[in-house]
Structure formats: structure tokens, C-alpha cells
Design a protein around this ligand. Structure first.
Ligand SMILES: NC(=O)c1ccc[n+]([C@@H]2O[C@H](COP(=O)([O-])OP(=O)(O)OC[C@H]3O[C@@H](n4cnc5c(N)ncnc54)[C@H](O)[C@@H]3O)[C@@H](O)[C@H]2O)c1
Length: 358
């Protein structure tokens, strides 16, 4: 039985989960091992098997959670043939994720697939993996654990209690959009009700030709969008990111709220409220067990009418916005949603030489 502590708006009512879900992990890198260890601590599931192209990695994960030798695979298809899995965890690199998710959804009778962020490395793959899981009734989720952090719980309570008045704008900053900043763009969705965006306009700079985890990333982006509920969004990454002071800023008619994850002066998180000329530190402290809460929410919602905060429908918005910013740069103009491109416009522009480099 797992009980989730109460918090944000009562959305985390304690839920009893009696089922012992069988968990299989595909991708035994740093995140795979972390997820396996976190799943192993939750009563309502048992990690039964893992697969990684590199046997030594799979063996390391197996040692972490005491898996027997015959539960360790280098081919995930064999794992699915030999072991009955209910919940698949896919913390592979994003480029291979959609193909694995779609293949597993077709091969096995799964209840849920939980993946690392970003959803996929192209917008077409994001759509296809979401559609395949929806068609088969498989709950699809992603590790946007900041939605479950203590700071976000506290900030959500401030917003939902109406302290800021009507929200008019959300802003984010980070070093880059897709690899790191997707967490903050996703938090913008969390605070604006997970509604889709209507349009985006953006620009991307790639003159420094940087890479991050083997992927080309921009040196700077500026993005402006509007959600269907009228709230504006602003993203500033890389060189110009200090345009937005905290990682996420919520601007309402009656005040602003800054959500900062670690700071020069302290190691933790801080939520700062500004209303009526006064500043109040609403929260300062640890992040909290955000990944464990994410996985508990994922397991609790299987087969219920509730959706986890990090369900594909919610997380979709941030992915569409980011690929939309890149597409806007490629088009030299604004982009209306839904976004219909299939590729990652930034990677395509880099491959074709279409993007400006000095
Ligand atoms: N949520 C977060 O805060 C957070 C933090 C760090 C990383 N991540 C994300 O987690 C993901 C994984 O990151 P990582 O650092 O663990 O990477 P990693 O390279 O350490 O691990 C990925 C593993 O996947 C395996 N793999 C690749 N293709 C496979 C296949 N077809 N079948 C089986 N295994 C396969 C690789 O061999 C590797 O062991 C990335 O998308 C990254 O962006 C998220």
C-alpha cells in the first residue's frame, strides 16, 4: 500500500494502491539506475527485469536492485517475451525512445510506460508515441519531477489561493530549451493549467555550435507564445537568459512569484512573492523527494480516472512549444498551433547548413 502525502490543492489525496506492478527498465544509464532504485522503494511495485544494449550497464542496475541473472537482457524484446511486465520505464536517450515505446506498446500488454524527458527528439515522434499509447489505453508519462518538488507545491498553493490575481504571463530561463529548459517550460504549463498554446514566435542562435549530451544545442533562444487561455509565455535561454531573473516567474495582476531552483547564495530552492510593494520568501529549502512522488503518482493513477501530473497530454504542451520556437526561427515568422512539422527544426537547420554560423 502506498500513501502519497497531501499537498497542492488536495490533488495528492492519499491513494491506496494494492497492486504489485511488475516494472521493467529499458536503458540502464544514470537515469535508468536512479529510476530502478526509486521504483524499488515503492511498495506497490517490484522491479523484475532490465535491458540495456551494454550488458555491463544492465548488470550494474541489476546489482542495485538485486535482480537475478536471468532478468538481465541486452535486447528489450527478449525481456518482454520472457517476463510479464506491467509498467515499462524507458530512460534511454531521446533519439531512440519513440521507436522503443511504440514497439513495446504493440508487443506487450502494458498498463503504463514511464519515460525520461524530453518526450522524443522530433515533434513527429512525440505525436506518434502519444497516439500509439492512447490507442492502446496505455498510460504514458515523463519525468518532469519538478512538478512534484516542494517549491512547486508551495508556489501552486499561492497561485490557486488567488494571491497573484489573474495570471497574465509566465517566464522561464535556462541554458538551453530542449535538453535542460524543458523542465521550466513544462512548469509554465503546470502553472497555466496545462492548456495548449495558440501560437509562438521565436529566434535561435547557433553561432557557438555547442553540444549537450551528444546533441547540438542553441547558444541562445528567445520565445514568446500565448496559451489558449490568453496567458503569455516568455522563454530566454543561454546568453540572454538573465532577461528572466529566476528559473520561472509567474506574473499576475496583483503580484509576481519567482521560483528558483538553487541559487548562488544557497543550495536548495526558493519561492519569492512580491505583492503590494512587499517581498515575502514563501518557501526556502530542499526540493523534496520529487522523483519518488512522480513515480508514486504514475502508479497510483493506473486504471483510475485520475491522470498523473506528468501524463503525455500535459507534457505535450512544452514539447510543442520548444519545437515551435525552433520552427518559428526556420520560417522567419510566427507559428500557429497545432504544430504540424515532423522533424526537429533546429537539428534540420544545422544539418542543412540553413542556420547562421560565423
Ligand atoms: N529528469 C531529469 O531531470 C533528467 C536528468 C538527467 C537526464 N535526463 C534524461 O534521461 C535520459 C537518459 O539520460 P542518462 O544520463 O541516463 O543517459 P545514459 O547515456 O547514461 O543512459 C542511457 C542508456 O540507454 C541505453 N540504450 C540506448 N539505446 C538502447 C536500446 N535500444 N535498448 C536498450 N538500452 C538502450 C544506453 O546503452 C545507455 O546505457 C535523457 O533523455 C536525459 O535527457 C533527465
Amino acid at each position: 500500500m502506498t500513501a502519497i502525502p497531501g499537498g497542492y490543492l488536495g490533488a495528492f489525496e492519499p491513494v491506496e494502491v494494492m497492486t504489485d506492478y511488475a516494472v521493467g527498465v529499458i536503458g540502464a544509464g544514470g537515469r535508468g539506475r536512479l529510476h530502478a532504485r526509486r521504483f524499488a522503494r515503492i511498495d506497490s511495485c517490484t522491479v523484475l527485469a532490465c535491458a540495456d544494449l551494454e550488458l555491463s550497464r544492465a548488470e550494474q542496475l541489476a546489482a542495485d536492485v538485486d535482480l537475478p541473472e536471468d532478468a538481465v537482457f541486452t535486447d528489450y524484446r527478449e525481456m518482454l517475451e520472457e517476463i510479464n511486465i506491467d509498467v515499462l520505464c524507458v530512460p534511454t536517450p531521446p533519439a531512440v525512445r519513440a521507436a522503443i515505446v511504440i514497439d513495446c506498446a504493440r508487443r506487450a500488454d502494458l498498463d503504463a510506460i514511464h519515460c525520461e524527458k524530453p518526450m522524443a527528439s522530433t515533434w513527429g515522434d512525440c505525436r506518434r508515441m502519444t497516439q500509439e499509447c492512447r490507442r492502446r489505453g496505455i498510460q504514458l508519462t515523463f519525468t518532469h519531477q519538478l512538478r512534484y518538488s516542494n517549491a512547486v507545491e508551495e508556489a501552486s498553493a499561492v497561485v490557486d489561493n488567488g494571491v497573484l490575481g489573474e495570471l497574465t504571463r509566465v517566464e522561464m530561463r535556462r541554458s538551453n530549451l530542449l535538453e535542460a529548459g524543458i523542465h521550466q517550460v513544462d512548469l509554465c504549463s503546470h502553472f497555466t493549467g496545462n492548456v495548449p498554446a495558440s501560437w509562438v514566435i521565436g529566434q535561435v542562435d547557433y553561432r557557438e555550435q555547442e553540444t549537450y549530451r551528444g546533441t547540438n544545442i542553441e547558444g541562445q533562444t528567445l520565445g514568446h507564445w500565448q496559451y489558449d487561455n490568453g496567458i503569455h509565455g516568455l522563454a530566454a535561454t543561454g546568453r540572454g537568459s538573465d532577461l528572466v531573473e529566476p528559473h520561472v516567474r509567474l506574473i499576475g495582476e496583483e503580484g509576481t512569484l519567482d521560483v528558483q531552483f538553487s541559487h548562488d547564495d544557497f543550495d536548495g530552492t526558493r519561492v519569492l512573492l512580491r505583492t503590494g510593494g512587499e517581498e515575502t520568501v514563501v518557501f526556502q529549502g530542499e526540493r523534496g523527494p520529487a522523483i519518488t512522488r512522480t513515480l508514486e503518482d504514475v502508479l497510483c493513477c493506473i486504471g483510475s480516472d485520475e491522470e498523473p501530473r506528468v501524463v503525455a497530454n500535459n507534457v505535450f504542451v512544452a514539447n510543442e512549444l520548444i519545437f515551435g520556437v525552433y520552427e518559428s526561427s526556420r520560417r522567419h515568422g510566427g507559428v500557429e498551433f497545432p504544430l504540424t512539422v515532423d522533424d526537429d527544426p533546429l537539428q534540420s537547420m544545422i544539418e542543412t547548413g540553413e542556420i547562421y554560423v560565423e
